[in-house]
Ligand binder design. Structure first.
Ligand SMILES: Nc1nc2c(ncn2[C@@H]2O[C@H](COP(=O)(O)OP(=O)(O)OP(=O)(O)O)[C@@H](O)[C@H]2O)c(=O)[nH]1
Ligand SMILES: [Mg+2]
Length: 370
């Protein structure tokens, strides 16, 4: 019997040499499903194993939203945390200065964003190398992954980080696939899709589900998924997070290097120097923007607007969501609301509970008093 690692290698090799075409699609789908199952087995063994430094870091969530700093050792994560937040994390010129998760609070535009400094990750982190499982465990529970690259080694670092995050079940900047899988007792596999599926065919869907011993099911697909995404759905346990890629230490870059790096990695959204403080305000704005947080100013019925302490909520929330955040009974007692700002046409417009708010709206909630 070959080991799990050997089986994984075998399938990966076969996938590499198998050409993509109509005839091989379903075969490839099945191989990918096999691979995903084996990797999960391997992962479960790692996660349950005592080796590798005990349990995950215990980071208490605080603030309105959380961003985790992910990067190789010595790229300047701790220097950056010290720039952005109220916390001090030790900085050193040697690798692995940081040994645990250090959460700080970034106070920006009225929002309190928790930023977590982490030990550097290394190749193999998703398999538990270094403090991989603790570091990636914290990343999984964040809202935003801040990928910090060193300008002198950006491309290698970026590829490695993406690989490790992916294999730890973290999907970046991807919508969660809109797929409903309902097992049935008979009738085979019935596929219904609202859109034209361009990346996967019915035969492949069936091959993948069969690999998971799902013989009878109704599957409703409402986004243009590929084979990997279907496997993600069946496997479950994936998280869908946003990412922000930044490149650090640009103060040290010789002429031409910055341009080269940006060309190689178009995903880079900002060049910074945590050392000198270059582009720190821009970074704060970008973090806010990525987290998609908006400010809502509350104005009590017949009272004055509280301009000092906005309520920070996710973009896209309705007044009903705001009610829930304010008090358990607000939704039940809701009569109507009035809004001033960008989400309405006329100032002070009367709106219903499903109305969606915009950044810097002023909101009055009128409740029925019993
Ligand atoms: N010139 C320059 N040096 C920097 C910059 N950011 C960090 N450094 C230096 O790089 C070294 C490593 O910085 P750290 O902040 O400790 O790096 P880290 O990513 O937290 O490292 P680990 O905790 O080991 O993973 C230190 O000597 C810093 O002073 C920068 O933007 N420019
Ligand atoms: Mg550090």
């Amino acid at each position: 019997m070959s080991t799990t690692a050997e089986k994984i290698k075998e399938i990966e090799d076969e996938l590499k040499i198998t050409k993509h075409n109509k005839a091989t699609n379903s075969h490839i789908g099945r191989l990918k499903a096999k691979l995903a199952k084996l990797k999960r087995e391997q992962q479960e063994r790692i996660m349950s194993g005592g080796k590798g430094g005990g349990d995950g870091y215990d980071v208490k969530k605080s603030g309105d939203s959380t961003a985790a700093l992910i990067g190789l050792p010595s790229v300047g994560k701790s220097t950056l945390l010290n720039r952005l937040t109220n916390r001090e994390s030790e900085v050193g010129h040697y690798a692995f200065t940081t040994l645990e998760a250090i959460p700080g609070i970034l106070d920006h535009n009225g929002a309190q964003i928790q930023v977590i400094d982490l030990p550097g990750i290394i190749s193999g982190a998703s398999k538990g190398k270094g403090r991989g499982k603790q570091v990636l465990g914290v990343a999984r529970s964040a809202d935003l992954i801040l990928i910090v690259l060193d300008v002198f080694d950006a491309r290698n670092q970026y590829e490695m980080i993406l690989h490790e995050l992916y294999h730890f079940g973290i999907r970046l900047d991807q919508e969660k696939p809109d797929v409903i899988l309902k097992k049935t007792n008979r009738g085979g596999i019935a596929v219904s899709s609202l859109y034209n599926l361009t990346k996967i065919d019915e035969k492949t869907i069936k091959a993948i589900l069969t690999e998971y011993r799902i013989i009878n099911a109704d599957i409703t697909i409402r986004s243009d998924i590929d084979a990997d995404q279907l496997i993600d759905v069946v496997e479950g346990n994936r998280v869908y997070l946003k990412s922000l890629v930044i490149v650090n230490k640009v103060d040290l870059a010789p002429p031409g290097l910055r341009e080269k790096v940006k060309e190689e990695i178009p995903e880079i959204e900002l060049e910074i120097s945590a050392g000198t403080g270059y582009n720190m305000e821009e970074l704060k704005d970008l973090i806010m923007e990525k987290l998609d947080l908006i400010r809502i100013y509350l104005k009590p019925h017949g009272g004055e607007t509280d301009w000092d302490e906005p309520l920070i909520v996710r973009n896209g929330v309705s007044i009903g969501d705001v009610c829930d955040k304010l008090h358990g009974s607000f939704r039940k007692e809701f009569k109507y609301a009035r809004v001033w700002g960008k989400s309405i046409k006329h100032d002070g417009q009367k709106v219903h509970i499903n109305h969606k708010l915009a950044d810097e709206d002023v909101l009055t909630i009128v409740r029925s008093t019993r």
